[in-house]
Design a protein around this ligand. Structure first.
Ligand code: SF4
Length: 204
């Protein structure tokens, strides 16, 4: 449903993401707040100055762990077989890849959306390199946590079913209201509730 509502909106990056992303370029090397903040201002000149405190929080959290430095950053990955393009934030010298998140980490494991992105990147990288890619890391910068996710068959099934749904929406299909969506923390809750929880296709 969210994809359906947002399908024509331009993607905008948040201030928090701009900070976390800039921190990620320095992981594995000393994290100098002044240097990183100067870069954040260059990338996002209108950023809320209060985010400087958030930067300090991220750096304090990241300094509690050791990190692999990146060999490559912002690597475009593509699967011609499945018709998808994405981006991997960091790839280490050993070939392990990471995606960067501006969210806090769960106590254990990774969010469903992160597992889907890891699966999509792993499938694409495997097709590009011809080598098996079994999983990747999700780096939750505000908590300084790097968590590995090994791609499971259920992630690959989710990847294929999501592709199918996205294509059907792009072809003009209206999605059905799912039964187990995380509606309580969604900004479209009111909009979806006003549809009475019925299929939108019944209403439009
Ligand atoms: S309110 Fe629920 S069904 Fe609607 S977009 Fe949000 S998560 Fe999806």
């Amino acid at each position: 449903m969210r994809f359906y509502y947002e399908r024509n909106e331009p993607h905008t990056e948040s201030d928090r993401y701009a900070v976390c992303k800039q921190v990620s370029y320095h992981l594995g090397t000393p994290l100098d707040p002044e240097v990183i903040w100067t870069e954040v201002l260059a990338v996002r000149p209108g950023i809320d100055p209060a985010q400087r405190t958030f930067l300090d929080t991220c750096i304090t959290a990241c300094n509690r762990s050791s990190w692999r430095p990146a060999d490559q950053t912002d690597v475009r990955v593509i699967s011609e077989k499945h018709g998808v393009v994405g981006m991997v934030d960091r790839i280490g010298a050993d070939g392990a890849f990471s995606i960067v998140r501006a969210a806090g980490a769960l106590p254990y494991g990774t969010y469903a959306a992160d597992r889907l992105r890891i699966a999509s990147c792993a499938i694409s990288l495997q097709e590009m390199t011809g080598k098996e890619v079994t999983g990747g890391f999700v780096e939750y910068i505000p908590d300084g946590v790097s968590r590995h996710h090994a791609v499971q068959p259920r992630d690959r099934r989710q990847f294929l079913s999501t592709l199918h749904k996205v294509r059907s929406i792009r072809d003009g299909e209206v999605p059905h209201h799912p039964l187990n969506a995380p509606c309580n923390r969604c900004r479209y809750k009111e909009r979806c509730e006003s549809s009475g929880g019925r299929r939108l296709s019944d209403l439009m």
